[in-house]
Design a protein around this ligand. Structure first.
Ligand code: NOJ
Ligand code: MG
Length: 637
């Protein structure tokens, strides 16, 4: 497709109406784009990305219709865990620049209409934080920092020459090895859920709580738009320090050098009710007071917790006591694999999110981050556009990890060159744990040194050589059929079209290959366009009758529709025969249709598997009854 066609499509999208989101709902109608600051853009030629680098690249977000960036930690840090070990919560690390650089980044983003959210790490600090140094100084009551961390005496009567006999209990840290580290000075152990360089803060201490809240408020006063709260369910441990039960499913790897996190079930160190008490308090005492309607400033909160949908909903809080605007939903990162990829698996991961979504709450999707392999390595490069389609067009807020809009791929880093402490700590299984592969520098240009990321001779992680083979922003920008232009077109559609701005969907077809859904506008926008999004997750082409399948799902679908966005960007202006539609492997079609609903509600909780689109006798009637029962018993939205 030639460039004018793209413009026509964008023009058409511009004609459909968008919903009016309230001032405190800006996060519903945008994409959160995660920047890993070490890897985005280097401005001072040291091979590591920085704030001036990010500022110089902000126009990229206008180009791809992204309205919000989340920046992984930029605070002062010795970088044992690359910034997730903070040694001063209210200072910018010199590696990234100065406070003025940050203020300039914020001002530039604001001018461009881009929201900025930061990453806050409440669970732990760095062991180089002044608080930790002071706390380790003595356990004397005169020491104001005495109870800032989780100090414990060794087990009574144990021999300190054999520290393993002395650990207060059997707890194991996330990155491997005991959760306890001996401190000579205090003659005590301290607890660390992650690295020993990341001592856990004692969040039960009201003074620590106040310090953390002050730090959270500090950046809000600078003008940020909210936070991603890191590792939130690790914030508290049971005071009794009881052992954790062993995991019966755990298989000890050969050559394992130390205890592994998965060997235990974390009933005593994660998901304690105190986590929610803290979030409710933070919402009420920091996030709400710093949200000011007259300044169009609403403080958004998203939490990180790898929980199934039924447990995750707790992070929304209650109507009376709100917590996060949403907890990150990792279903599609954690459970969709190259081996199980199918329309049915996608349905099995998507549907529970809607089943458990509390009334009036907003869903969200995450398909990549700095802790997981890239889409192309988890599922295969040919599915990147399909996953971007799913991420951007399912109901709710989408989160995109930098580079996924280009289809960036993992890099290989040998064990000797590995930077990630999680991998270094677990030599037995480092290839499984390493997070270096997905953290390689952003690929801006096919001609420039280091893909335009840095002028340094060596970058902190190698640049993927495929930047010279079309995986870079500059080339993809000028190619109307590129992954980047596909992404930008989807992103434009989701922000300008009312059907993509609701929190409900209707399934159209689910089978081994196909996952297809309708997006209907809300009732008040009923005259706006309806869309059918059909994706083939199978490994070969398939042909389906979507009209029969739609009918089975309570939707009257005409025989033809207008393709608005195709993954190859080559069918964007074509008409589609919906009774006989062929989709290539990895192909996703966004089709405008004149569909109407036969039954209410439209959120069909049980899909109608329609292998080969075959009509299933009696299924429509069953569906009608099920829908009516559901309508009166569970109002989801
Ligand atoms: C979760 C972060 O995403 C991860 O990168 C980090 O290592 C841990 N929290 C510890 O802060
Ligand atoms: Mg730099």
């Amino acid at each position: 497709m030639k460039l004018p066609t793209v413009l026509i499509v964008l023009f058409l999208l511009g004609c459909t109406s968008a919903k009016d989101f309230a001032w405190n709902e800006w996060w519903k109608n945008t994409i959160i784009y995660q920047i890993y600051p070490r890897s985005f853009q280097d401005s001072d030629d040291d091979g590591v990305g920085d704030l001036q680098g990010i500022t110089s690249r902000l126009s990229h977000f206008r180009d791809i219709n992204v309205g919000c960036i989340w920046i992984s930690p930029i605070f002062q840090s010795p970088f044992a865990d690359f910034g997730y070990d903070v040694s001063d919560f209210t200072a910018i690390d010199p590696l990234f620049g100065t406070m003025e650089d940050f203020e300039e980044l914020l001002a530039t983003a604001k001018n461009l209409g881009i929201r900025v959210i930061l990453d806050f790490v409440p669970n732990h600090s760095s062991d180089k934080h002044m608080w930790f140094n002071e706390s380790a100084e003595s356990r004397n009551y005169a020491n104001a920092y005495r109870d800032y961390y989780m100090w414990q005496d060794p087990r009574a009567g144990c021999q300190l020459e054999n520290p393993e006999e002395c650990y207060p209990n059997n707890w194991v840290s996330v990155f491997g090895g005991p959760m306890w580290e001996w401190n000579e000075n205090r003659q005590q152990f301290y607890l660390h859920q992650f690295l020993k360089e990341q001592p856990d803060l004692n969040l039960r201490n009201p003074i620590v709580q106040q310090n953390m809240k002050d730090a959270v408020a500090f950046w809000m006063e600078k003008g940020i738009d909210g936070y991603r709260l890191d590792a939130i369910y690790h914030s508290f441990e049971v005071p009794s320090l009881e052992d954790e039960p062993e995991n019966p499913d755990y298989v000890k790897p050969i050559n394992q050098t130390q205890e592994q996190y998965d060997s235990l079930i974390h009933t005593k160190t994660t998901r304690l009710p105190e986590v929610h008490t803290m979030l409710r308090d933070w919402r009420k005492t920091i996030f709400e007071p710093n949200s000011v309607e007259s300044q169009d400033r609403y403080m958004f909160m998203v939490t990180e917790a790898y929980d199934p949908p039924e447990d995750l909903v707790e992070y929304y809080g209650t109507d009376e006591e709100a917590e996060a605007d949403f907890p990150f939903n990792f279903q599609l990162i954690s459970f969709l694999t190259e081996e199980n990829l199918s329309g049915q698996t996608v349905y099995d991961l998507v549907n529970p999110v809607f089943v458990h979504l509390p009334e009036g709450r907003w869903p969200n999707w995450v398909v990549g981050n700095h802790d997981n392999f890239r889409i192309s390595d988890r599922l295969g490069a040919k599915y990147v556009r399909a996953i971007n389609t799913l991420n951007l067009l399912l109901p709710g807020t989408a989160t995109t990890y930098y580079g996924e809009e280009l289809g960036m791929e993992n890099i290989y880093v040998s064990y000797e060159d590995t930077q990630d402490p999680f991998a270094k700590n677990n030599p037995c299984c480092w290839e499984e744990y390493t997070r270096d592969p997905e953290r390689s520098p952003m690929q801006w240009d096919g001609q420039e040194k280091n893909a335009g990321f840095s002028n340094a001779d060596e970058t902190w992680l190698p640049v993927n050589e495929n930047y010279q083979d079309g995986i870079n922003v500059a080339e993809q920008k000028s190619d109307s059929s590129s992954t980047l232009n596909h992404y930008a077109t989807l992103a434009s559609m989701r922000t300008t079209t009312s059907a993509f701005q609701t929190n409900h969907l209707t399934y159209a077809m689910v089978d081994e290959d196909i996952f297809a859904f309708f997006r209907f506008p809300d009732e008040e926008d009923a005259s706006d366009a309806v869309y059918l999004v059909a994706i083939n997750f199978g490994d070969g082409p398939v042909t389906r009758n979507f009209v029969t399948a739609a009918e089975n799902n309570g939707v009257d679908l005409p025989e033809t529709g207008d393709i608005r966005i195709s993954t190859g960007m080559d069918k964007n202006d074509q008409s589609a025969d919906l009774t006989d539609l062929t989709l290539a492997s990895g192909e996703a079609l966004v089709i405008e249709v004149e569909a109407s609903k036969l039954v209410e509600p439209t959120a069909t909780l049980t899909p109608t598997p329609t292998p080969d689109g075959a009509s299933q006798l009696g299924l429509s009637a069953l569906l009608l009854v099920t829908s009516l029962v559901l309508f009166f018993s569970v109002r989801l939205f």
